[in-house]
Design a protein around this ligand. Sequence first.
Ligand code: ATP
Length: 355
Amino acid sequence: MADIRLEGVGHSYDGGRTWALKPMTWTWQSSRAYALLGPSGCGKTTLLNIISGLITPTVGRIFFDDRDVTDVPTAGRNIAQVFQFPVLYEEMSVYDNLAFPLRNRKYPAKDVDERVRQVARLLGLEDVLRRRSRRLDPGRQQIVSLGRGLVRSQVAAVLLDEPLTVVDPALKWTLRSKLKEIHRDTGHTLIYVTHDQTEALTFADEVVVVNDGAIVQAGEPAELFLSPAHEFVGHFIGSPGMNMLPAEIADGVVRVGESDVGLAEGDLPPGPVRIGVRPEFVLINGDRRSPGVAARVTGIDRMGAYDLVHTLVGEHTVTAKTEAGSPYTPESTEFLHFPADRTFLFRDQVRCGSL
Ligand code: ATP
């Protein structure tokens, strides 16, 4: 296993007119489980294919530890890759499919058998080991593909590109925890591409958020949730995402319309900012020390475990997540408070301070 280092790596599919991946420098540390999270088209697959060698980057160099692999083809990189759809030898048994990557690298027969059975047990494939792969449903076939990706213990990295798309939703949770178990056991470096925040947050040691061809923030799930460094992370992570409101800094005080909402922390020049606060932290009528920001309730979603109270501050929507059974009614005016340690200030989408 090796650290995988990208130095100034970027890729353009159209001769440099646009960049699917903007030049970046970044290290994937050995043995960590990463999720690469971002919306469709942001460059996740391009990045993964650059690591595996399916794509040669337009600019930059890639290193596995100190070895420059930029010009090394996929076969020479010792990478396992799992795609969105099953890639199997359909006429072979499940057992032989799982054994293939090991036999191909001349593992002793005893080790092959041991490892195949171990992976089959973890992924719930024991009862179909003798079956031809084409006779399994696509979801099961994909689990076999996953097994093939994970069966070798000595790989530089396992790259997983939306591997659970065709798997039954009920099975996804189980498979994700199995993946974590296998990761604990093998210490593989895993890079798991997904556009689904739940998948990313429940799976990874570290989530790398990509937007528009660039890494906007990387961190542990809690860090991304509690301390987003970029508006995109605020929107994209959380359900619903972070509320954003235009505000103004004057004499060190942050104002929304006519209301003071707190002091600006950080050395910030006066002028417009956007304040961001997650629905979980918006307080309704919660602070007697300040009048708060007047908001008109527009609707309440009763979600069972909690309520989502939707309001308008001027013409901007602010949603609060409250306990179930909240007493607010549409058209009433309530007062919102934004807690100092949970409210951030953004300029040009980048966090520049807090309340
Ligand atoms: P998805 O989740 O939809 O696969 P992604 O985040 O993996 O998206 P990429 O597939 O890496 O994103 O695509 C990044 C950008 O590059 C997109 O704008 C896409 O249209 C473009 N692109 C990807 N592959 C090619 C290609 N072979 N030729 C031209 N443009 C491409």
